[in-house]
Design a protein around this ligand. Structure first.
Ligand code: S5P
Length: 259
């Protein structure tokens, strides 16, 4: 298992203001939990986020699954982000040429760069995808995660692809703040590692998702942030479930970090 710096120490080292802000939130709220609120009605999203907000550093959205999406929803989500002190991450997984993703990020119905602190992209198009997003993201102090690995069975983001993705991030570290991954990929403390596919016991779903526990992800695999969807929003008591994930993730962090 790999040792890492404490959040407050990393907050001093990182250059991107968003990474600094995120690490400070993680330090003060004692959480490395990101909540993936994958439900399909605005009201459901907002109610869940208000309950779970005290326990998380990030709320991750898939706005394109929301049936009654409207601009008031974004205003309400931003209010909750202020109230509970978390960042908003739109899990858009951009994967086209630079010129196209630039418009997908800033135009259309969702105008993601106007409200999402963080978004993410596949590295498969080459670094033009980052350049395009950066054009309209950096002026708003946004940050991007590159998808270096995936949690699903049979995925192709492995080996040389993962390595090339890390290199792409290193070359554009003014905008790329970290990775979606299943384990730590670099010891460079600037990069935040975020791992989906997390439940309180290992397993999977019927569509290829694979689950690891907070202790394995943070403790053994050296990731920084656990991303949890169904483990929280399908629970009878989402707030209590989030509290359990928060405690498990934070305990694993304390065990593997150096003071
Ligand atoms: O490789 C990945 C990358 C992502 S961002 N595997 C994933 O599962 N995700 C996302 O994490 C996925 O789109 C979903 O929003 C969340 C996992 O949800 P859960 O319900 O399985 O915890």
């Amino acid at each position: 298992s790999k040792k890492s710096l404490r959040y407050h120490e990393r907050a001093e080292i990182v250059a991107h203001p968003l990474s600094k802000q995120l690490l400070k939130i993680m330090d003060s709220k004692q959480t490395n939990l990101a909540f993936s609120v994958d439900v399909t009605k605005c009201q459901q999203v907002l109610e869940l986020v208000d309950k779970v907000g005290p326990h998380v550093c990030i709320v991750k959205t898939h706005v394109d699954i929301i049936e009654d999406f409207n601009d008031d929803f974004i205003t309400a989500l931003q209010k909750l982000a202020d109230k509970h002190n978390f960042l908003i991450f739109e899990d858009r997984k951009f994967a086209d040429i630079g010129n196209t993703v630039k418009h997908q990020y800033s135009s259309g119905v969702y105008k993601i760069n106007q409200w999402a602190h963080i978004t993410n992209a596949h590295s498969v198009p080459g670094d033009g995808v980052v350049q395009g997003l950066k054009d309209v993201g950096l002026p708003k102090n946004r940050g991007c995660l590159l998808i270096a690995e995936m949690s699903s069975t049979g995925n192709l983001a492995t080996g040389e692809y993962t390595k090339a993705t890390v290199k792409m991030a290193e070359e554009q570290a003014d905008f790329v703040i970290g990775f979606i991954c299943t384990s730590r990929l670099t010891d460079d403390p600037r990069f935040l590692h975020m791992t989906p596919g997390v439940q309180l016991s290992a397993g999977g779903d019927s569509l290829g998702q694979q689950y690891l526990t907070p202790n394995i992800v943070i403790g053994d695999r050296g990731s920084d942030i656990i991303i949890v969807g169904r483990g929280i929003y399908k629970a009878d008591d989402p707030s209590n479930a989030a509290k359990l994930f928060k405690e498990a993730g934070y305990e694993a962090y304390l065990k593997q970090s150096v003071d």
